[in-house]
Design a protein around this ligand. Sequence first.
Ligand code: HEM
Length: 320
Amino acid sequence: MSRRTPIESQRVDAPLTQSATFLVLSVTEQPDAIKTARSALASVDDLCKNVSIRDLDASFACTVGIGSALWDRLLSDVPRPVELHPFPKIEGKVHTAVSTPGDLLFHIRAQRRDLCFEFERQLMDVLGESVKVIDSTVGFRYFDVRDLLGFVDGTANPVGAAVNESVLVTEADDSHSAGGSYVVVQKYVHDLAAWQRLSTEQQEAVIGRRKFDNVELADQEDDGKQKPHKQLATIEDPHTGAELSILRDNMPFGNAGQGEFGTYFIGYSSKLWVIEQMLERMFVGSPPGLHDRILDYSRALTGTTFFVPSATVLAGLGDD
Ligand code: HEM
């Protein structure tokens, strides 16, 4: 495939919105499935325009990720991103990060639920029989950007120029995948009743921030106790010691009537190993054995890794 220049990225950096749909699909083995999927992916940009024009203030955006198992089937003419591999199952002493299948991820965002719904409807129409739905989760914004555990979620995200630095693969990292991004998703359900039995101070010690005003607590020394979530999820560059950020757009989801209370975790990074190291520190612990106590109240039902190619690569799929 010939590459058009300059490389244009997908809207990984789209703003936080009131609504989101996380759609994970598998591509079937039907004879025309790959052809249909390629042409649907090439038309995603047009579908986005179809929907976003209906309300230009609604910040509609959709990013598309491609799973490791599908890459060679779908994009045999595009070199694999160097770090792309399936989500590794991570087994700690107490908690396990499961690895679950997924060929395509659509992260659909807008201020309005109806726009997300409409995009998904038009998308499923063009994908037709070429795909099967593995999971479709609808997330909503909860009060002042809080998760269902009651804490403000997303504070430490990079902003401004740091966003692209954190999430986009550079020419120097991997020239064929420049402008793309790795993305990891995990669907967590919470034991909200057990969480609510903790005092606010105990919850704050688990997260590492104050609940009411979001102020960061001091890092904990290596004193043999479990570290807070925000400390376990802080990764430094082994050479420079600089902190390596990822971009998260977690969304609450759930159904109170059915006792379902969840957080859909989504993290974008230019380096997959950074997210994997965060997961290792959460599930295995740092030091090993002292896992992230957020997991005592949150169970991961899924875990899947994708690569978000540049918009230029996606559009090129229509050149067949
Ligand atoms: C920080 C919630 C899972 C990575 C935070 C914060 C909250 C939170 C409330 C503090 C405020 C902030 O900076 O956003 C949750 C919940 C999760 C979850 C409810 C799922 C049950 C994860 C996972 C990862 C992760 C799976 C990575 C693989 C981070 C990072 C930070 C963070 C990088 C910022 C740390 C810093 O202060 O530098 N999370 N999180 N989180 N979380 Fe999570």
